[in-house]
Design a protein around this ligand. Structure first.
Ligand SMILES: Cc1cc2nc3c(=O)[nH]c(=O)nc-3n(C[C@H](O)[C@H](O)[C@H](O)COP(=O)(O)OP(=O)(O)OC[C@H]3O[C@@H](n4cnc5c(N)ncnc54)[C@H](O)[C@@H]3O)c2cc1C
Length: 401
């Protein structure tokens, strides 16, 4: 049955309450009765405005999913240059905890070409089983074949939970799989746990610009799908003695039917290609720097420490530094051993990306700046004095002058 909406003329009293409820101005009242015009998009926004039950909105019934048929935790693998991406290892670590709580297996869905050696690596990092699909067509990530294969195997094996990295690949693939199989998806989760009573996945993520944490449950659809950013979860220490079961799956993929082709892979090179997420030390600059050229102070300190340069969104928005340096909710999530925040206030959206760093040093002239709430060491002072002095002292310490 398709969606349908109509007004029951016997119940409509022509009160016009529904007119204000329609965002599309698609209702008119003529001769004491309301009627829909062609502008109606069947959104149903008017239904609850009618006190007389005159607006009838018919929707197709969603098929009930038998959730008891779904079992196990899956991670969808991302690979780069013949290695499992760090985020995949982190998700295996988190998936292991979820699977142990549920007493169900943890599996990795591994798609690629020549990736079989990675199956044992997945075992070392916690996977019980690897569903392996190898095909030339899957040599590099492309939306269509990866979606087709993943959807087919999810429908076949019915995992209860599917986790994907919130990377460029995962953010493309996850929603497509979810849409295809009629499941929901919670993006950018920062916390995952199993509800002890209902055995449902509690998916926690920042909402409303990071001002609240929302915990989302998926009661009726399966699998429960979530994406998680790199560096949010912790990978396990590898156990080389851990065995993994490999389930090989055959698929029939035809290159000719796939509309996207990889013509060339171009890597960003040079100083600006900072891998913030792998950096052990990050020196970040904020609006307190006052101008783009003052990032030179940050770079100089970073050079002495062998650190990567990070930035707040305010500086990126101001065009002082490219976006790939941005740390935070809409930038990168980082977890270095040392994070030095210079002239950064510590807005929740910035903290969301760096507050789990091992040691945080904050330099800010305002003693009430929120960054000091998360800082391990705080220096209340003018960054234009403190940062050069720190750089100088470190250079002396490291024998660089
Ligand atoms: C949906 C959403 C997503 C967002 N995502 C992100 C994100 O991913 N990352 C992010 O960073 N922000 C993000 N923001 C923006 C965030 O809310 C803040 O606006 C931003 O982090 C502020 O950057 P800042 O700390 O550099 O600037 P400000 O808040 O202006 O802070 C500047 C700080 O510098 C200090 N200062 C000034 N002069 C000196 C000096 N001479 N010496 C020392 N200290 C000095 C000041 O005391 C102040 O604390 C997001 C916002 C929204 C709404």
């Amino acid at each position: 049955m398709a969606i349908n909406i109509y007004i029951d003329p016997d119940k409509c009293v022509g009160c016009k309450l529904c007119l204000g409820a329609c965002p599309y101005g698609a209702i008119v009242v003529e001769e004491g009765k309301a009627r829909f015009t062609e502008a109606c998009v069947l959104c149903g926004a008017c239904v609850s405005s009618c006190k007389f039950g005159a607006i009838i909105w018919e929707q197709p019934k969603k098929e009930e999913v038998d959730t008891s048929q779904y079992q196990g935790v899956w991670v969808i693998a991302e690979t780069h240059d013949g290695r499992l991406a760090e985020v995949t290892l982190e998700l295996l670590g988190e998936g292991r905890k979820l699977a142990d709580t549920l007493d169900e297996p943890l599996s990795l869905l591994l798609l690629g070409n020549g990736v079989e050696p990675l199956a044992s690596v997945a075992g070392h990092y916690g996977a019980d089983r690897v569903y392996l699909v190898e095909d030339e067509v899957l040599a590099h990530y492309r939306t269509a074949p990866f979606t087709d294969v993943a959807v087919g195997l999810i429908n076949k094996y019915k995992p209860s939970i599917v986790l994907i990295g919130a990377t460029s690949m995962g953010r493309d693939l996850g929603p497509r799989i979810a849409a295809r199989i009629g499941a929901g998806l919670t993006a950018d989760c920062t916390g995952l746990e199993i509800d002890p009573q209902e055995r449902l996945l509690r998916q926690t993520r920042p909402a409303f610009g990071g001002n609240i944490m929302a915990t989302i449950l998926c009661r009726h659809a399966r699998p429960q799908m979530a994406t998680v950013r790199p560096k949010v979860m912790k990978k396990l220490d590898p156990d080389p003695g851990r065995q993994v079961e490999i389930v090989r799956e055959q698929v029939s993929l035809n290159e000719k039917t796939i509309v996207t082709k990889i013509v060339e892979i171009v890597r960003e090179e040079g100083d600006e290609q900072v891998n913030l997420q792998d950096a052990e030390i990050i020196v970040s600059g904020g609006r307190g720097l006052r101008a783009a050229e003052n990032f030179a102070l940050i770079r100089e300190l970073a050079d002495v420490l062998g650190a990567a340069v990070g930035a707040s969104r305010a500086t990126v928005d101001a065009g002082w530094i490219p976006a790939y340096h941005q740390v935070g909710q809409t930038g990168k999530t980082v977890q270095p051993k040392l994070y030095i925040a210079c002239g950064i206030s510590g807005a929740v959206q910035h903290l969301a990306g760096m507050s789990s760093s091992d040691c945080i040093v904050a330099i800010n002239s305002d003693p009430n700046a929120p960054i000091f709430d998360v800082a391990t060491y705080g220096i209340v002072g003018d960054l234009f004095e403190v940062v050069p002095a720190l750089t100088k002292a470190l250079k002396r310490e490291f024998g660089q002058q």
